[in-house]
Design a protein around this ligand. Structure first.
Ligand SMILES: [Zn+2]
Length: 383
């Protein structure tokens, strides 16, 4: 006879449906089966933590010993032992799911195919305890695809923090090579990688930080001919471009593909950030803010104008924050607002940025004559 089956236990047992209700009210559901038992999926929102790994890893996953922890296995036997282990480790509020995953499935309760494994549960532990993120939110981040235009000043902090946060796929689009003068602010790169393609250098840094992130490299410049192909199938686009033609192309493509665009820009000691979300009828676009590009004379880029090295760090992280909120669907994004930062004055200022009915990009009379035309309006500043 199975030792577990005959085991006398004082562990509380609950039915799967009740476990689901508790889980939705903040209990942590741990699937204690071995990884090779997950072919049929796992209870939605459960964290995979094999029974043998509980003593070593549970603290990182559940820091608060008062939190309710539910254990589930295949049929409800091993989960009893796991619950006892947890109680022995100081977790007082534990219960085992009666009938296990077999009954969970039989009752038609939600099942997830790609659930969090123990490595992810440990890595993202500080996310999982936030009710606004939790397992479901972390899963959204892991499933998300974010495109970063530019692996430079803005793309560096954004890329690092998005990778750290567990955004599953990051696409880096940049055709530059690392120069020593970049290192004052472009913290994705390193002295030893001067001369390397920025996308490759960034991949090295991002993979070292979080090997589970899929980093896709596009060592191309954004052009009329490739912009839609580069951005298609992404959930969010982060604009870290350093030139106007690229920005106008990104704006046009994100509007047509209905992908939210997180805009950021820096100049000397000031920066600004906003979100243009074409999925929303009330959202402005980039051209509501800048209807036409400035002339080359009025539009110096970073290399000419200078920028305080820390400034893109501030703005790039605000962009990463907006991107994460967009993926999670939490909070209030910067749609309709332009957030301006003055580093010398240490002051943030917020400008209202309504959608402009006469906007040449999204206004009622706006037409789209192709990306070549969008690129042409910037002709003066490409020079
Ligand atoms: Zn507009």
């Amino acid at each position: 006879m199975n030792a577990a089956a005959s085991h006398e236990t004082s562990i509380r047992q609950i039915d799967p449906a009740e476990a689901l209700a508790h889980q939705r009210a903040d209990a942590l559901l741990i699937d204690v089966r071995d990884p090779n038992e997950h072919e049929a999926g796992m209870p939605d929102g459960a964290i995979a933590l094999p029974r043998v790994d509980i003593p070593a890893r549970i603290r990182e996953i559940a820091a608060d010993p008062r939190r309710e922890i539910l254990t589930i296995c295949a049929t409800g036997r091993r989960s009893l032992l796991a619950a006892e282990t947890l109680r022995g480790l100081g977790y007082a509020n534990v219960a085992s799911v009666r009938g296990g995953f077999k009954r969970w499935q039989a009752e038609g309760l939600p099942v997830a195919r790609g659930a969090l494994d123990a490595d992810a549960a440990e890595r993202y532990a500080r996310h999982l305890v936030l009710p606004e993120v939790g397992v479901a939110g972390q899963q959204k981040l892991l499933d998300a695809r974010v495109a970063l235009i530019g692996a430079g000043g803005l793309g560096s902090p954004a890329g690092l923090y998005l990778a750290a946060a567990g955004v599953g796929t990051l696409t880096l689009i940049d055709d530059d090579r690392v120069e020593r003068s970049n290192l004052q602010r472009q913290v994705l790169h390193a002295d030893a990688r001067v001369g390397m393609a920025k996308t490759e250098s960034a991949r090295v840094a991002l993979s070292a930080l979080n090997p589970s992130v899929r980093v896709q490299l596009q060592g191309e410049r954004v052009r009329a001919a490739n912009v839609e192909a580069l951005l298609r199938d992404h959930d969010v686009v982060i604009d870290g471009a350093d030139n106007f033609p690229t920005r106008y192309l990104l704006d046009a493509a994100c509007r047509r593909l209905k992908i939210p665009l997180v805009y950021g820009a820096v100049h000397r000691f000031t920066g600004q950030v906003s979100v243009f979300d074409a999925r929303r009828d009330d959202s402005p676009c980039y051209r509501c803010l800048f209807p036409e590009p400035p002339s080359a004379a009025e539009a110096p880029n970073c290399s000419e104008a200078g920028v305080l090295g820390v400034l893109p760090g501030v703005i790039g992280l605000l962009q990463a924050t907006e991107a994460i909120k967009l993926v999670l669907g939490v909070g209030e994004t910067l749609v309709g607002r332009l957030l301006c930062y003055d580093a010398l004055a240490a002051r943030f200022r917020e400008l209202r940025l309504p959608r402009d009915p006469a906007c040449p990009g999204c206004g009622r009379d706006a037409g789209f004559a192709g990306y070549e035309d969008v690129a042409r309006i910037c002709g003066a500043s490409v020079g």
